[in-house]
Design a protein around this ligand. Structure first.
Ligand SMILES: Cc1cc2nc3c(=O)[nH]c(=O)nc-3n(C[C@H](O)[C@H](O)[C@H](O)COP(=O)(O)OP(=O)(O)OC[C@H]3O[C@@H](n4cnc5c(N)ncnc54)[C@H](O)[C@@H]3O)c2cc1C
Length: 659
């Protein structure tokens, strides 16, 4: 079988001995061989944690496994080999995702050490920082942390209170927490292990404030004791991620040499003058944060891997668990033969595939644009918007559905030894860190508005209507993947009558595009005046439209994800795999339409007959996919030994005749 993808120009040929393996190769996409390498080389004992460990045991286990994996080369991707790196930027995302299939504490600890701490050195530092700090960071010889959040400011990073003040007499920076709310909190690795912190704060040089910059600040000595002027606290027991030592950091006029500032985007030069390659402080701030986008890509992807694991456990359980006898089933009906149970799991599996294809595409974009010197600004913006949207959508969906997976296993699902409760608790906070979801969706909406504004700003009302019409003609919506195929599908759908099949792919795309055009153009018109106004009026108008903004971001992402799924199917040429992917894509698209059918009905975009037909078709698709459930979860790619679910090994938990 041959699987081709957009970001991997050369076809990847893999053998597909079964449908499950074909689905796995298709969903792994361009990263199939690397994912397979991890599945082969990393043992379950390297990555699956005993969920009953105490906090001290969990923290020790997580650090030890992190060090072992780094020695084997995992977690070190994304930096040049001469600086200790092993693998590409895309591999760094893939490795993080694979760790999420094992244990989320371990994945997050790795994300903090390699992605946040190492990533900040790599992206915000210069060659001296790279040569001095990156190797020990990647090899976990120097555990580090990423100190951005403060008690007073989490989402609002630009107003952090920590100060980094240049002292020209000693040629040093002084790092200080001027108020109790300036103390850093929730910082991963801070409570026990970090030796050095990347500390974000306001840079002050003489009388001038230059905005947020980051400095490397040693926080512990070799013996693990806090250094003078540094106060370290422990956040203690959390709602999950017990293997990660989150803590607080406060600084009392801590002095660091001038070169410890990560000064790629600005710092004091040898003559004591502040210089930056980016004049505009606002642009500088967003450029600096933009270089850290990999974290968001990882968190979104990782949360969906956690969901894939939950779905795999719940589906395998549902294939052998029986409840209530029925005619022809004297021993009880297998759970997965109940429509209600299929409805719980199969649309979620379809959605996991949809998000998986979109995530592969995002990883490809990151590899192309992310972190490259002089990368095209528009491409970078597109990447950041896509990453923000995927992170918010994936973590929301994973959280909701992990709860469904838990309930789908009844009381057994609530037992820690069966894996689902820990997974659900650990994945929970993915909605909050690396950018709170609500804040991220607003970022997506603002980018949609700014794309839209390029077409209509400064236009009089007549031209505005024309611009909207142009948008409705398809000029503004930028299709993200498989453009010619999708154009063709939509064109065919537009020629069809409303009575034609709800299974027409072009109709699915058309409906999602139409909804997006409508929602974004209405939002833009609503906010047109606010964009010109300033201060209180502008804030109030935006605030009144916040729900509309969040909705615009969501409908945009649902369309983009569908198109990524279609692109993924286009790249798969194995007919059996393709047929099943098409069924899954139908199920995903119709589930999206069904969830939001109120919107389509209210705006006469859909008749009530069609709305009913959608529900019937989803039920039918669930029935069609049910016999393939085992292959579908094989395709989700979680190694059997990594599932960590005792109930799957209980007596009678093997495959059933129905399964
Ligand atoms: C386990 C854990 C690990 C973490 N690790 C790190 C780390 O290693 N390093 C680090 O620097 N940080 C870390 N964080 C911090 C994390 O990034 C922040 O918690 C996150 O950015 C949110 O900030 P906050 O907690 O202050 O929430 P807030 O920003 O106060 O948000 C609270 C609520 O207000 C809403 N809200 C905020 N602003 C708006 C708005 N404009 N419009 C509408 N609603 C809004 C949000 O949606 C949210 O529901 C970690 C946090 C946790 C819990």
């Amino acid at each position: 079988m041959t699987v081709q993808t957009e970001s991997a120009p050369a076809p990847v040929t893999v053998s597909a001995p079964s449908l499950g393996q074909g689905l796995l190769a298709a969903l792994d996409g361009p990263y199939h061989s690397e994912r397979q390498r991890v599945r082969r080389e990393v043992k379950a004992s390297d990555v699956v944690r005993d969920p009953t460990q105490s906090i001290p045991q969990a923290r020790d286990w997580t650090l030890e496994r992190l060090v072992n994996l780094a020695h084997k080369g995992f977690g070190r991707a994304g930096a040049p080999a001469d600086l200790g790196g092993m693998g590409t930027l895309a591999h760094s995302v893939v490795h993080f995702e694979m760790l999420c299939a094992g244990d989320l504490s371990l994945a997050i600890k790795s994300g903090v050490q390699h992605g946040l701490y190492g990533g900040a050195i790599w992206n915000l530092g210069t060659s001296w920082h790279h040569d001095t700090f990156l190797g020990p960071a990647l090899r976990v010889e120097t555990p580090g942390c990423f100190g951005m959040t403060e008690f007073g400011h989490g989402s609002d990073v630009s107003n952090l209170e920590t100060t980094i003040t240049y002292d020209d007499r000693s040629d040093e920076y002084v790092v200080h927490s001027p108020t109790p709310t300036a103390a850093k909190t929730y910082i991963g690795n801070a409570a026990e292990h970090a030796r050095i912190a990347v500390v974000f704060g306001q840079l002050i040089v003489g009388p001038r404030l230059h905005g947020i910059h980051a400095a490397l600040v040693p926080v512990r000595d070799e013996a693990g004791q806090a250094l003078p002027g540094v106060t370290i606290g422990d956040n203690g027991h959390k709602g999950g991620l017990l293997g990660v030592d989150n803590g607080t950091l406060a600084f009392d006029r801590v002095r660091i040499p001038r070169r410890m500032l990560l000064d790629k985007y600005g710092g004091v030069d040898d003559s004591g003058v502040y210089r930056s390659p980016i004049e505009n402080p606002n642009r500088r701030f967003f450029t600096m944060l933009g270089t850290l986008v990999r974290g968001r890509v990882c968190i979104g992807g990782g949360s969906m891997i956690a969901l894939r694991k939950g779905l795999t456990i719940a589906t395998k359980y549902a294939e052998h668990r029986r409840q209530f006898p029925a005619p022809g089933h004297p021993d009880g009906v297998v759970l997965l033969d109940y429509l209600a149970h299929q409805r719980k799991l199969l649309p979620a599996i379809a959605t996991a595939y949809a998000y998986g294809f979109a995530q592969n595409r995002l990883t490809g974009l990151l590899a192309e644009a992310g972190g490259q010197e002089g990368a095209d600004e528009r491409a970078q913006r597109k990447l950041e918007t896509f990453a923000a949207g995927m992170k918010a959508m994936s973590t929301r969906y994973a959280n909701d559905q992990l709860q469904v997976c838990r309930e789908a296993c009844g009381g057994a699902g609530y037992m820690t030894e069966n894996g689902l409760t820990t997974l659900r608790q650990d994945a929970d906070v993915f909605a909050t860190f690396e950018g709170d979801n609500t804040v991220l969706l607003q970022l997506v909406a603002k980018q949609l508005l700014s794309d839209y504004r390029e077409s209509w700003v400064g236009l009089d009302p007549v031209k505005l209507v024309q611009a909207s019409a142009k948008m409705i003609g398809g000029n503004v919506i930028e299709r993200t993947a498989a453009r010619p195929v999708i154009d063709r599908l939509v064109a065919t759908a537009q020629r069809q009558s409303m009575d034609e099949s709800v299974l027409h792919r072009g109709w699915h795309v058309w409906m999602l595009e139409d909804r997006e055009r409508h929602v974004v153009s209405r939002l833009a018109q609503r906010l047109q005046r606010a964009m010109k106004a300033s201060g209180r009026e502008s804030f109030a108008t935006f605030n009144r439209a916040q729900d509309h903004m969040l909705y615009a971001a969501r409908v945009h992402m649902e369309r983009v994800i569908l198109e990524s799924f279609i692109a993924g199917i286009e790249e798969c040429i194995d007919p059996d795999t393709r047929r099943v992917l098409n069924l899954l894509c139908d199920l995903y698209a119709l589930s999206v339409l069904e969830t939001d059918r109120g919107w389509f009905l209210e705006r006469n975009r859909m008749s009530s007959a069609r709305s009913k037909a959608i529900t019937q078709t989803i039920n039918r698709l669930c029935g069609d996919l049910r016999p393939l459930a085992s292959d579908l979860v094989t395709g989700l790619g979680i190694p059997e030994e990594w599932l960590g679910s005792a109930m799957l090994h209980a007596e009678g938990a093997g495959p059933t005749p129905e399964g």
